[in-house]
Design a protein around this ligand. Structure first.
Ligand SMILES: [Ca+2]
Length: 387
């Protein structure tokens, strides 16, 4: 063949090679090693890594544990006797003070009985100093003013942002499986709250019209994941849809996310092939469109964490989302402007119901499984890829 004929051939071969490489990049499993560090935990909900490498972990039965991954030791730090461990309720999230090295306090959410109506329950936010021999100055800083007898959909996850010298504590609250309270601005069910670190409303009045001052956003179903983008400082949250319609949302104070009036999910029992999306699905212009949605099948998002570690450069500044029914650790890619673009399941070796994730100082990914295990995923540059 003459060189002039070779050129187009080479060009097409090259483009085929490029396409192959691209698809490999999208599909290739990230080399990793998976270890089981702890087993036999009771209904664990949240895990945090302390600066010294130990873990704090909540069990929904009310126990706050300290785990030492170096020697496998576990220690009961505190038992919340007030915990209502029923349905989806219990001791829920744990968060370290955002300036923990200076102020070694922790924040916890607990589902508890209403003070004067013991059949009703709500979410209570606690704060305490973490000392070598346990918790000190343990106190309630916020109590959900509205309560209900239902023991489903509590949300209960915590995140922090900073504005000037002031921190804001974001607290997600589910609608306690009662739907309509999510649109009632005089109750906190189905809302995301903005509080000070002492539990007061962060703002003198709510950015939502005619709402309680602590309400930042409304119209949520069961938001069980919230975190802050490491570069843009934008708050993002994930919530469970009904039958399909799980959402990733950009949390913009003053906004309404539509539940139970609109959802890309369907009423339970509806045929997902039918046009069953609640309220027609589309949220805009009255409500905020989800930035990402899971249809027609729910994955059941249980937590959201941006990856800030170094060990997995492919994940840096992207979000990790654990799921229950979907048994998947989702990698949600964010572009350079901090917008979500696409998602893919991570680590085929950890296909199980997942509750929470965290990252240790070495950038290793910790996973809390719903059946009571702590897994640790390390980057593996060699051939010993775990499967
Ligand atoms: Ca929505």
């Amino acid at each position: 063949m003459k060189p002039s004929h070779l050129k187009p051939l080479l060009r097409s071969l090259l483009s085929i090679a490029c396409l192959l490489l691209l698809s490999m990049k999208a599909q290739a499993e990230i080399s990793h090693r998976s270890e089981t560090l702890f087993t036999g935990l009771t209904a664990p909900f949240a895990i945090e890594v302390l600066p010294d490498g130990r873990y704090l972990l909540t069990e929904k039965n009310g126990q706050l544990l300290e785990l030492n991954p170096a020697n496998g030791e576990r220690r009961l730090l505190y038992r919340f006797a007030e915990t209502v461990f029923r349905g989806q309720g219990g001791l829920m999230d744990i968060a370290l003070h955002p300036d923990f090295l200076k102020t070694p306090d922790i924040f916890l959410t607990v589902v508890q009985r209403a003070e004067k109506q013991p059949r009703r329950v709500g979410v209570v936010l606690w704060r305490a100093r973490l000392e070598a021999d346990g918790l000190k100055n343990l106190r309630i800083i916020y109590r959900q003013p509205d309560t209900a007898e239902s023991v489903g959909h509590f949300g209960s996850r915590i995140a922090f942002t900073k504005s000037g010298d002031d921190w804001t504590l974001w607290l997600t609250l589910g609608e306690q499986q009662r739907e309509t309270p999510a649109q009632d601005m005089q109750v906190t069910a189905g809302k995301i709250l903005a509080l000070t670190l002492n539990g007061a409303p962060a703002l003198p009045r709510s950015p939502v019209a005619d709402a309680l001052p602590e309400i930042a956003t409304a119209g949520h179903r069961n938001p069980q994941g919230i975190d802050v983008h490491p570069l843009t400082q934008q708050v993002w949250a994930v919530e469970h849809g009904p039958q399909g319609g799980d959402e990733l949302n950009e949390i913009l104070p003053g906004s309404n996310y539509g539940w139970p009036l609109v959802s890309y999910g369907c009423p339970y029992g509806a045929d997902p092939a039918s046009r069953c999306a609640i309220g027609g699905g589309q949220h805009a212009p009255k409500f905020v469109e989800p930035a990402m949605r899971w249809v027609p099948v729910s994955t059941a998002p249980s937590s959201l964490r941006f990856y800030r570690g170094e060990a997995f450069p492919q994940l840096r500044n992207d979000a990790l989302m654990t799921s229950l029914a979907g048994k998947t650790l989702w990698h949600i890619r964010f572009d350079e402007k901090g917008r979500p673009t696409e998602r893919e399941p991570l680590f085929e070796s950890v296909r199980t119901r997942l509750r929470d994730t965290a990252t240790d100082a070495e950038g290793r990914i910790l996973l809390l499984t719903d059946d009571g295990r702590v897994l640790r995923i390390s980057a593996d540059s060699g051939a010993n890829t775990s499967r």
